[in-house]
Design a protein around this ligand. Structure first.
Ligand code: TXA
Ligand code: MG
Length: 325
């Protein structure tokens, strides 16, 4: 079991203890507005290696480097004008920008997987305070074992990684509920959406004034290795776009969808009765974990509209339903 500190109860102690464990070269589970992160000193290769070991990640994927401020980010990466406009519009918040690393940045190549770019974002609230107190960027993937569902509460982190980490900082339920949107502006000004997420693509397009390219699945896999097929996988099978239920399945329902056979569901979980995609995103991972915990052999999910946050929700669901290795 990991030690937990509730941030609302004692913010100063959470900051102090968080900084102390980070300084010792060990990862700490921290709340962010998207999902919980497993954070470590982005300049310390031993600390970063411990993230991979803790998650059981098979290969060294590049990690997102979290910054406290634009000033801190500018010490490590350079901004083209469109990326700068996106940073001004959406930071702090659930947007990650892929930016050229400065030669003098002490961010370790284990965090960037040897690329000459870094994924950078400024999170909201406590996470930014912790980074500020620590004084260095934090590399942080989602706080879950590799391939499993991301954690949106301290209890999720404890259940998945509690026997492998020292400290969980409990900031309550993650308000956004899906990971950050990842965008890369190419040298020629092409804007690429590498991962749909908490900032909806339409809002990004409005700010940059050009459409986001959604690259072919294959090249997306090379560009963002963490985007590979099976991911977010519960133990149960996952069945998408369900309009009827097979006996004993768990049901995740969006809106007031009337699903035939639902009276025989192992459990019915509402993603959002009113059909609100923001609410559905915030509940998605917890709903999948709850459905999985019911012991059902399969989780059926009703169709989710593809606009707004629906793009990120459908991306995560497609990966949860992908063939398992
Ligand atoms: O909301 C989030 O982004 C959460 C919270 C904790 O901040 N973090 C997160 O990290 O989702 P992770 O490690 O699970 O996902 C990082 C993604 C991967 O798909 C990785 O391939 C991509 O970011 N990435 C990181 N650096 C990159 C780079 N230099 N070029 C391309 N892709 C990069
Ligand atoms: Mg992840």
């Amino acid at each position: 079991m990991a030690r937990q500190i509730n941030i609302e109860e004692d913010r100063d102690m959470a900051l102090r203890e968080g900084v102390s464990v980070l300084a010792s070269g060990h990862p700490v589970a921290i709340p962010t507005e998207t999902v919980y992160g497993l954070a470590a000193d982005a300049t310390n290769p031993v600390a970063i290696a411990r993230i991979y070991e803790t998650k059981g990640r098979p290969q060294f994927n590049p990690l997102i480097c979290h910054m406290a401020s634009l000033a801190m980010a500018e010490e490590h990466v350079t901004f083209d004008p469109l990326s700068r406009r996106l940073a001004d519009a959406f930071w702090p918040g659930p947007l990650t920008l892929i930016l050229p690393l400065k030669a003098e940045s002490p961010i370790h190549s284990l965090a960037t997987a040897g690329l000459d770019t870094a994924g950078v974002r400024i999170p909201e609230g406590f996470a930014a305070e912790l980074i500020n107190a620590f004084g260095k960027p934090l590399a942080a993937p989602s706080a879950n074992s590799s391939g499993k569902i991301s954690s949106t509460s301290a209890a999720h982190v404890e259940a998945d990684l509690g026997d492998r980490i020292e400290l969980i900082l409990d900031g309550g339920a993650s308000p956004v509920g899906v990971e950050s949107t990842i965008v890369k502006i190419e040298a020629d000004g092409t804007a690429r959406l590498l991962r749909p997420g908490g900032i909806v693509a339409e809002d990004i397009e409005r700010v940059i004034g050009v459409p986001l390219m959604r690259p072919e699945k294959a090249s997306a896999a090379i560009e963002a290795p963490g985007m590979l097929a099976s991911h977010y996988a519960p133990t149960a099978a996952v069945r998408l776009n369900a309009v009827s239920l097979e006996a004993g399945e768990a049901l995740l329902r969006f809106g007031d969808a009337d699903v035939s056979g639902q009276e025989n569901a192992a459990v019915i979980i509402e993603l959002s009765r009113s059909g609100d995609l923001v609410e559905a995103a915030s509940r998605l991972f917890d709903a999948m974990k709850t459905a999985d915990a019911s012991g059902a052999h399969s989780i059926a999910i009703t169709p989710i509209p593809h606009h707004g946050l629906g793009e990120a929700i459908n991306d995560r669901l497609a990966r949860a339903a992908a063939p398992r290795p």
